[in-house]
Structures are given as structure tokens and as C-alpha cells.
Write a protein that binds this ligand. Structure first.
Ligand code: PMP
Length: 282
């Protein structure tokens, strides 16, 4: 197995960072997860753009252009012979004596990427998943794909301890997003999902789904929706790079309709699969 450490692709076991790396001490960095199907990266351009945007929003300038980075990720994918799985990539502000202040002088960011084999979650995609509700206790810049994930981890752990796949977070009455996914509901045949502002991550899968809705004349709205609306929803699904278009069949022990994935959810799953085929020929 190989890993990317700064500009070098090296043996994974040799890829080490310093104990004063600011990612390790402060979570001072950002990350991306890119899905690979059939040896090809899905929505690569979008992930590279969000990576650069996230880094810029906290004042980290990437050590490479997006083009160079895409070439290195491609090389990594090939060297590891990754067919279906994920690329994990992160950049931190670099290594410097521990201090809350950003280091001054010539501190270079630490960039790391490696690959993980992983099949599509076909069983869950077919049957759907259970979820819980939990108050969103995170900070107010959830649009940054920050390494600081404690709020998300606590939410996901709570879901898992209750035998559920995901925690749907809400700020008071307002539904925001999952611990590692975006949330969609269907009301009167319209697909509704939280607008991409500072309270949620602008999911790349979410944007693919919105685009598929527009192109296929499926009514769609980006707006906040309430817990009451969620409870009365005709269908609910979540989206992420690894979960794709995932039906939600239960929230806090209550079945959504009959507990069977909904019609529009199925349709969007089909359209999403076609998009994978189109981009990755899988
Ligand atoms: N929200 C959060 C908090 C996430 O961690 C993720 C997964 N990266 C998403 C939404 C979905 O984003 P994407 O579709 O780009 O994977």
C-alpha cells in the first residue's frame, strides 16, 4: 500500500507526521473523501474545488494546484490498484511549536492521502436505514470540511448505540444535516433539503442529486424544514459520498410511511447509478 505525503508517494508504513503537527494537536486542517468506482474518481473536480475552498477559508494555501493534486491522486489510485473504494485526503497548517496562533515564517502545510477498499453499501441501499434525531451541538461554520469532527462523532456514536445508521441533527425545530450526510425529505411530491449555508456541509452528492432533480423535472427546493415536516414526510433519504442516495425508513423508532423506501428515492437512486456509469463506466 502506498500513501501520499506532501509531494511524495511512499510506502504507507513510512508516512509519518510530527507530534506537533497542528492537525494532530488542534484539528487545524481540512479533508475530503473521494469515491472511486471502477478505478475512476467520481466528481473529482467538485471535491478538489471544495478542498481548496475549505483550506482557503481557514487560511491554508494548498501546496499544489488542483491539476497537480488530481495527477497525484490518480497515480496513488493506480499504484494501490484501487477499483472500488475511497481516497481520504487531508491538509493541515503544518508542524510548529504548539501555540494557538498561526505559525509565522516558513511553515509548510502537511498533505496526506491514502486509499481504502470498500464496496457499495448495496444491502442498505435496497432496504434503507434507521436513524435517530439529535440536537445539533456543532459550531456555526459547518460549511468548512474541518478535521474537528467531535460534534459529528458524538452524534454518530449515539446513533450506533441505538442500532441506527445515522443521526439526523436539528437546531431547535430546524433540521440541519446528518453526522456525515445531508438529509432530504419529500413533501407533496417535492424534494426538500436544507440550503447550503454555514449550518451544513455543501455535500457534493447533494449537489449531484439537485442537478438530477432539475434535469429530470423532479420538483425540488433548498430550504430549511422543521422536525414536524420531517415527521410528516412522504419519504426521507440521506446522501453522502459513501452512502450515495440512502433511503431512511425509520426515525427515532417511528417508521416513515410503511418503512419501505419511497418512490422518488428509488428514482433518484436509479438516476444516481446512471451518473456513476456515465462518469466512471462502472
Ligand atoms: N455533511 C457532513 C457533516 C458530512 O461529513 C458529509 C460527508 N462528507 C456530508 C454532509 C455529505 O457530503 P458529500 O456528499 O460531499 O460526501
Amino acid at each position: 500500500e502506498f500513501a501520499l505525503l506532501n509531494e511524495e508517494i511512499i510506502d504507507r508504513s513510512q508516512a509519518k507526521v510530527d507530534i506537533e503537527d497542528r492537525g494532530y494537536q488542534f484539528g487545524d486542517g481540512v479533508y475530503e473523501v473521494i469515491r472511486v468506482y471502477n478505478g475512476k474518481m467520481f466528481t473529482l473536480t467538485e471535491h478538489l474545488k471544495r478542498f481548496a475552498d475549505s483550506a482557503e477559508s481557514i487560511g491554508i494555501s494548498l501546496p499544489f494546484t488542483s491539476l497537480k493534486l488530481s495527477e497525484m491522486l490518480e497515480e496513488l489510485t493506480e499504484k494501490n490498484n484501487l477499483q472500488t473504494g475511497n481516497i481520504y485526503m487531508q491538509v493541515t497548517r503544518g508542524t510548529a511549536p504548539r501555540n494557538h496562533l498561526f505559525p509565522t515564517g516558513n511553515v509548510t502545510p502537511t498533505l496526506v492521502a491514502y486509499t481504502i477498499n470498500g464496496v457499495r453499501p448495496l444491502e442498505n441501499l435496497k432496504s434503507g436505514v434507521k436513524t435517530i434525531l439529535t440536537e445539533d451541538i456543532r459550531w456555526l461554520r459547518c460549511d468548512i470540511k474541518s478535521l474537528n469532527l467531535l460534534g459529528n462523532l458524538l452524534a454518530k456514536q449515539k446513533a450506533s448505540e441505538q442500532g441506527c445508521f445515522e443521526a439526523i441533527q436539528h437546531r431547535g425545530q430546524e433540521v440541519t444535516e446528518g453526522s456525515s450526510s445531508n438529509i432530504f425529505m419529500v413533501k407533496n411530491g417535492t424534494v426538500i433539503t436544507h440550503e447550503s449555508n454555514h449550518l451544513i456541509l455543501k455535500g457534493i452528492t447533494k449537489d449531484v442529486i439537485l442537478d438530477l432533480c432539475f434535469k429530470n423535472n423532479i420538483p425540488v427546493q433548498e430550504r430549511t424544514f422543521s422536525l414536524t415536516e420531517l415527521e410528516e414526510a412522504e419519504e426521507v433519504f440521506l446522501s453522502s459520498t459513501t452512502a450515495e442516495v440512502m433511503p431512511v425508513i425509520e426515525i427515532d423508532g417511528k417508521k416513515i410511511r410503511s418503512g419501505i423506501p419511497g418512490h422518488l428515492t428509488r428514482k433518484l437512486q436509479d438516476l444516481f447509478e446512471k451518473e456513476i456509469e456515465k462518469q466512471c463506466g462502472a
